[in-house]
Design a protein around this ligand. Structure first.
Ligand code: MLT
Ligand code: MN
Ligand code: ZN
Length: 309
């Protein structure tokens, strides 16, 4: 059986975001039960053998581990059930948590060459000693079976494939086309449990739904998908920023070009939005946008949510 644990469901900044006074953040800060706080985007998966694989490592990882008993040390004076971390891009909200895993604890890091090159270029990540924590490069479109630091295979097959998106904010080259983004900057993960044959997709960042991607997702039992914004210009209208969702590499939920429309008719059994920005009104349990998303068959991820397949 494959267990998927939502460690964090918010986009970069979390909910509420430390410096944000938007309507949603204020409600979350005031303890409004319809505005549940959320940490930054990450999943943990297990095939039931006691070992867990992180899908992205958010800056909130320390808190997320404390909040989830499955990830607590079990055997011996130093131990962690975390066997590996798989990264979908080099965004701060997906890599900064690696620094939390720095106490000489073996696990393996899987990412594209491109994302590994970013870790290698930032010496602070050397604190996660590569001699204990092997960094393994994965090729696009080549399914692989991840293993823990000792090389003991985990019961999954993972395939990383490029989706439309953008290089991490701090790597943008203003002079280059697409800010210098390349295919390996933003990947989707297709994960298959080798025991149950269950399959799901994790796509926390995606800026468009080309026909080939829609075809790929058609009929999937579960897709966790980029839910950053409700409308493309909501951060500008909320006065919280100057960028559109598209400019940040994300497709909006609503509208004719949005993800809700794009998934229409694909027959995906369970559709879950994750990586949700604090300005997105669908985060609020009592909003019309939440009702519209749910009416279209979507769930809005929440920290601590669990799926079994
Ligand atoms: C994003 O998902 O667009 C990034 O995480 C934004 C950021 O770096 O804050
Ligand atoms: Mn992000
Ligand atoms: Zn806010």
């Amino acid at each position: 059986m494959l267990t998927i644990l939502v460690l964090g469901s918010a986009a970069g900044g979390g909910f509420p975001q430390w410096n944000c006074n938007c309507d949603g953040c204020r409600r979350a800060r005031s303890g409004d039960p319809a505005a549940k706080p959320r940490t930054q985007s990450s999943l943990a998966i297990s095939g039931g053998d006691g070992r867990w694989v992180l899908l992205n490592a958010s800056p909130d990882l320390g808190h997320q581990i404390r909040a989830n008993a499955a990830l607590h040390p079990k055997d011996g004076i130093r131990h962690s059930p975390i066997a590996a971390a798989v990264l979908t891009n080099a965004d701060i909200d997906h890599v900064a948590g690696l620094l939390t895993l720095r106490e000489s604890q073996p696990f393996a890091i899987y990412a594209t060459e491109r994302v590994h090159s970013v870790l290698a270029a930032n010496s602070v990540f050397r604190v996660v000693n590569p001699e204990l924590v092997p960094r393994r490069a994965v090729a696009l479109d080549r399914p692989y079976v991840p293993a823990d630091a000792d090389g003991v295979p985990l019961p999954f097959e993972i395939e990383a494939f490029a989706v439309p998106g953008k290089v991490a904010l701090y790597l943008e080259d203003p002079a280059a086309a697409g800010f210098g983004s390349v295919a390996e900057d933003t990947v989707a993960l297709r994960i298959r449990d080798l025991n149950s044959e269950a399959v799901f997709f994790y796509i926390p960042g995606c800026s468009a739904m080309p026909g080939w991607l829609a075809d790929r997702l058609r009929g999937a039992p579960l897709v966790l998908f980029d839910g950053t914004t409700w409308t493309d210009d909501e951060m500008i209208r909320a006065g919280t920023g100057t960028k559109t969702g598209q400019r940040m590499g994300h497709m909006a939920m609503s509208g004719p070009e949005g993800s809700i429309a794009a998934f229409e008719g694909l027959g995906v059994r369970r559709k879950v939005f994750i990586h949700i920005n604090n300005t997105n009104p669908a985060l609020l349990d009592d909003s019309p946008e939440r009702a519209a998303a749910e009416g279209a068959g979507w769930e809005i991820a929440q920290d601590g949510m669990e799926f079994t397949l």
